[in-house]
Design a protein around this ligand. Structure first.
Ligand SMILES: [Zn+2]
Ligand SMILES: [Zn+2]
Length: 225
């Protein structure tokens, strides 16, 4: 009973987080996935840096992928970064091959994206939000809210489509077309206003369309692999 109440509460929260994310100017799933990674790093750096189990997982993954290692450096204080980096340097020393021509150990086990603990956090968050997003697609006000948003990026459109049933899938594809057509019109407007004959005209909502388009095409920075 307690568990049921807890999961209902969780769904509730996910739903409202999505609602809020649909009011941003980027793919709501990317937005929330990036936020999940940021909060993972905050928890790690401010609360769990001395947790042996957490540190062992990071060692086992051989650290983070390029993007997430950089994000951790940006967020970490010198001491927490030193503690985690020391573990990883020690692991690199252990991983060094011996001098025999056919080394028994891999010369340098780099974490692939799937092994990176922060990538895992991002993927789990994206899946959780996508599932909730699709689960509400039979509700008219949810559809309206989505249509009023800036839309999903290419990858999250494909993932949502894969989770949806026939009618919802049709809606998602119609919505994607509407979002993309409107984005294209905004890009046309940016191009037009850059023409010297029109460049005295004030900018409207289309002002950030080129940057938004980049996010829709390839996902927000850090939002997809
Ligand atoms: Zn996305
Ligand atoms: Zn990563």
């Amino acid at each position: 009973m307690k568990g049921d109440a807890k999961s209902a509460e969780k769904r509730h929260m996910t739903y409202y987080e999505l609602r809020e994310a649909m009011e941003t100017r980027e793919c709501p799933i990317c937005h929330l996935a990036v936020r999940a990674v940021t909060s993972y790093f905050s928890g790690l750096l401010w609360e769990s840096v001395n947790d042996a189990g957490v540190r062992e997982k990071i060692r086992a993954a051989r650290g983070y992928c390029n993007v997430h290692m950089r994000q951790m450096v940006m967020l970490a204080g010198s001491l927490s970064l030193a503690i985690i980096a020391r573990d990883l340097v020690e692991t690199m020393i252990d991983d060094l091959p011996d001098s025999s021509p056919a080394p028994r150990l891999l010369p340098h086990k780099r974490p692939s994206a799937s092994q990176c603990p922060a990538c895992r956090v991002r993927e789990m968050a994206a899946q959780r939000y996508l599932t909730t997003f699709v689960a509400h697609l039979n509700e008219p006000d949810w559809r309206d809210q989505f249509l009023a948003s800036k839309g999903l990026c290419r990858l999250h459109t494909a993932r949502a489509r894969a989770l949806a049933n026939g009618d919802e899938r049709q809606f998602l594809m119609d919505a994607a077309r509407r979002h993309l057509e409107s984005l294209k019109a905004e890009l046309d407007e940016v191009i037009r206003k850059n023409d010297y004959r029109f460049n005295g005209e004030p900018w409207g909502d289309e002002r950030d369309a080129p940057q938004r388009a980049a996010g829709i095409i390839a996902g927000s920075p850090g939002g997809v692999e």
